[in-house]
Design a protein around this ligand. Structure first.
Ligand code: G3P
Ligand code: CA
Length: 255
């Protein structure tokens, strides 16, 4: 397609460690990413949002309640306060005292040759006024990756802003199961996306083939069943997101 990267994306099938090694570690924490790399992941996915004072925090939900001992919206708190929260004990006592990481800290765990997929949560982009600043902070936090980065979002306006940078990162278009294939294809073309990240539950072979024929890689989310993984690979996907990064370990060689 449109891209030539100095460091090639890892071979397919690429199992992307969803929020780190989420099946066994508290999602989106440093131990979850360290475990994913140790298990042989070549790419990990994470979710980012901005704190009230503009720091990039790695956290999935807009609220703090499920994955920490905090309450309310993440964006209503300054980073200093967010960093005092416990993001491990909700998962297991073993992980008591683990913090919500800064994006920069997760970037620092990425081994040479491995990739990161940063998903910008749609709710984290309130309007277009702050877009330039948000894009700049994201690019700066990911600079140590030297291009081994896919930025994805359900917020398609954010992706369009990214695509207008002089040197945009690889862009991944996320879509929900109710979004029309034609609309998504149009957006992939408009943003010169690298990949399409659909919900696997309603994904059909003809959509996979259409996107592949247009030059886009296809990585569905979130696949935790081995039989389903094999069906999707037979449909021609390039890989998928999984909470169990070693899901294919017994049938395919990874690492
Ligand atoms: O990036 C793929 C997938 O993570 C999107 O859904 O809700 O798990 O962030 P969600
Ligand atoms: Ca995500």
């Amino acid at each position: 397609s449109f891209h030539s990267s100095a460091v090639p994306i890892p071979d397919s099938p690429l199992v992307i460690a969803h929020r780190g090694y989420r099946a066994v570690f508290p999602e989106n924490t440093l131990p979850a990413f360290q475990a994913a790399w140790q298990a042989g992941a070549r790419m990990a996915e994470l979710d980012v949002q901005w704190s009230r004072d503009g720091r990039l925090m790695v956290h999935h939900d807009t609220t703090l309640d499920r994955c920490s001992n905090g309450k309310g919206l993440l964006k209503d708190h300054d980073a200093e306060v967010l960093r005092t929260l416990d993001a491990g004990s909700w998962f297991s006592e073993k992980f008591t005292g683990i913090s919500i990481p800064f994006l920069r800290e997760v970037v620092a765990t990425v081994p040479e040759g491995c990739w990161l997929n940063v998903e910008v949560k749609p709710e984290a982009v309130p309007d277009s006024r702050h877009m330039a600043k948000m894009v700049a902070s994201l690019i700066s936090a990911c600079a140590p990756l030297k291009g081994r980065l896919i930025v994805s979002s359900f917020n398609h306006l954010f992706l369009q802003h990214l695509s207008r940078l002089p040197r945009p990162p690889l862009i991944g278009v996320l879509s929900q199961k109710w979004q029309k294939d034609e609309e998504i294809l149009e957006l992939c073309i408009k943003t010169e996306a690298f990949s399409w990240h659909p919900d696997h539950r309603t994904l059909e072979k003809k959509a996979v083939q259409r996107m592949k024929s247009e030059g886009f890689s296809v990585y569905p989310y979130t696949v935790n069943d081995k039989k389903r993984a094999e069906e999707l690979l037979a449909m021609g996907v390039d890989g998928f997101f999984s909470d169990h990064v070693r899901i294919l370990a017994s049938t395919f060689r990874q690492g």
